[in-house]
Design a binder for this molecule. Structure first.
Ligand SMILES: *Cc1c(COP(=O)(O)O)cnc(C)c1O
Length: 495
């Protein structure tokens, strides 16, 4: 299986290992497999009795054809072990009749990013070997909070790599900030920037596209790679949990094979929901993909009107991992739905004009699979409270945005079949807002909120989080966004 760029100017395909090593294609596009492999009914049914790591190895092997099954199984077993994911990797819970939740936050950093970032560093290290790469890799990450911590935890002390994370100093929750600032590991660096997530992401993208800078690093035996969801190595492990959830629902007899399952995903950079779309293209009986946004509703507008306009006010919300105006992986959807040429044209327009508008027939193709809703702050808080009171599920603010979208989708389309909502973070990661949603009062100090929430609800806090709250911050530097390149260079050449 070869990988090609969404923009079609890199005409020669590369291996999966090469795509994972590079992160971004040479023409600025994102890597995609040349074709999407399919899963037959028999193949999916054969996954039902398997464990999560076994399911993962089967699905990854369809995409990562230059990795052996043994390599993939051994990496999946190490990544999704019972010590790392407590009690298990991607359990499905029942919310009510035909309503399910896929819980992706049982890993070491309590957000769904662990699902990819526990296995990706393993795939990455193998990729370096397979490509005969002798230089050191500097993983450069822009984060709205959850990716940063998950990437730090995944790459810390991994041989042949260093990791540097930039986060918006006022754009992440206090718990997220403490998680990153207290990161241990000899090869890690964490720096706050004055700006929002898009500033951090743009800064990182600019560093990646600077060939002179790459040359300077090369002279020092270093090259750059990404752990953001623009990297195929991030995306491909996310396909697994959609297939796994379907298998689990079949296994419990909640659905019978072939029955349609709609999924609703709290969305920011469009990576998670896009992985669900690939699962659908592979043949998994997924119906609609409901794209849930917060007040930064650029995707809701896009899915309704075909116009993507990033020139709009940016809101810092209580679901900060979705506070995004430029949704990078939407590029992959444009490519799959409309082809290279259209994708390159619209991405060019987005860069030059800050917006683009699809033709009605193009939007129609996308709307066959996707529908979008957004949830404002008050509704988000009501949903946290309502869900806790009605079903005793304590959910975080991102999950609440999605559950509220799922409700509206179900009533607007009179949906009677099964709907799976993806739950992306532990409520304890956003404890202050969850506590405020339940009680009407915000804790005076955000970092006290997890204990207060535990006291209020009796729901146990994930153990890695309670440990981190007791640790002191180590990485407290804050810089201007214009200094990101300089800062990256000095870390890259530091021995
Ligand atoms: C990253 C994140 C999202 C958004 O996922 P994308 O793949 O960027 O769309 C949603 N919720 C949480 C908790 C996240 O960490």
């Amino acid at each position: 299986m070869k990988y090609i760029s969404t923009r079609g100017k890199d005409t020669v395909g590369v291996s999966a290992a090469e795509a994972i090593k590079r992160g971004l294609a040479g023409d600025g596009g994102l890597y995609m497999p040349e074709s999407i492999p399919t899963l037959t009914e028999e193949e999916i049914k054969a996954l039902i009795p398997l464990s999560y790591p076994e399911r993962a190895a089967e699905i990854l092997s369809l995409f990562l054809t230059d990795y052996t099954k043994d390599e993939l199984l051994s990496d999946a077993r190490a990544a999704y072990s019972e010590e790392k994911f407590i009690p298990t990797a991607a359990p499905v819970s029942k919310l009510g009749k035909n309503r399910y939740m896929l819980e992706l936050w049982h890993g070491p950093t309590s957000a769904f990013k662990d699902m990819a970032l526990q296995i990706m560093p393993r795939l990455f290290v193998r990729a370096l070997k397979k490509c005969g790469e002798g230089r050191e890799a500097l993983i450069l990450v822009a984060t709205s909070g959850d990716t940063g911590k998950a990437a730090l935890e995944g790459y810390r002390d991994v041989d042949g790599t260093k990791i540097k994370v930039f986060y918006p100093i006022n754009g992440v929750s206090s718990v997220q900030k403490r998680q990153m600032q207290s990161q241990e590991g000899a090869n890690v660096s964490v720096v706050g920037i004055v700006g929002n997530f898009d500033d951090a992401q743009t800064g990182v993208k600019n560093i990646f596209s600077d060939s002179e800078f790459a040359h300077e690093l090369d002279k020092n035996g270093v090259f750059l790679s990404s752990a953001n969801s623009i990297n195929w190595g991030r995306l491909v492990p996310q396909i697994v949990y959609y297939v796994s959830a379907y298998c689990d629902l079949c296994k419990c007899g909640d659905i019978s094979y072939g029955q349609r399952l709609d999924v609703c995903v709290p969305t920011g950079n469009f990576g998670n929901i896009f992985a669900g779309y690939i699962a659908k293209l592979m043949g998994l009986p997924i119906g609609k993909l409901v794209c849930a946004s917060n007040k930064n509703n650029v995707l809701t507008d896009f899915l309704k009107t075909g116009r993507y306009n990033r020139q709009r006010e940016f809101f810092a919300t209580m679901s900060p991992s979705m506070d995004i105006l430029i949704s990078s992986n939407l590029e992959r959807l444009l490519y799959v739905a409309l082809g290279h040429q259209k994708c390159a044209e619209y991405m060019g327009k987005l860069q030059a004009d800050g917006e683009y508008t699809l033709k009605p027939d193009e939007l129609k193709i996308i709307n066959e699979s996707f529908v979008g809703y957004f949830t404002d702050e008050a509704e988000c808080m009501r949903t946290v409270k309502k869900t806790y009171e009605s079903s005793h599920h304590l959910i975080d603010t991102h999950t609440a945005v999605a559950l509220s979208a799922a409700d509206r989708y179900i009533s607007e389309y009179n949906v009677e079949g099964a709907v799976l909502t993806v739950s992306t973070a532990s409520p304890y990661k956003f404890a202050a807002d969850v506590f405020a949603s339940l009680t009407g009062t915000k804790p005076e100090c955000d970092l006290d909120a997890p204990d207060m929430l535990e006291g209020l609800t009796g729901v146990t806090m994930p153990s890695p989080l309670s440990r981190i709250l007791k640790m002191a911050p180590i990485h407290t530097d804050v810089i201007e966004k214009g200094d990101m390149k300089k800062e990256t260079y000095s870390f890259a050449v530091k021995k």
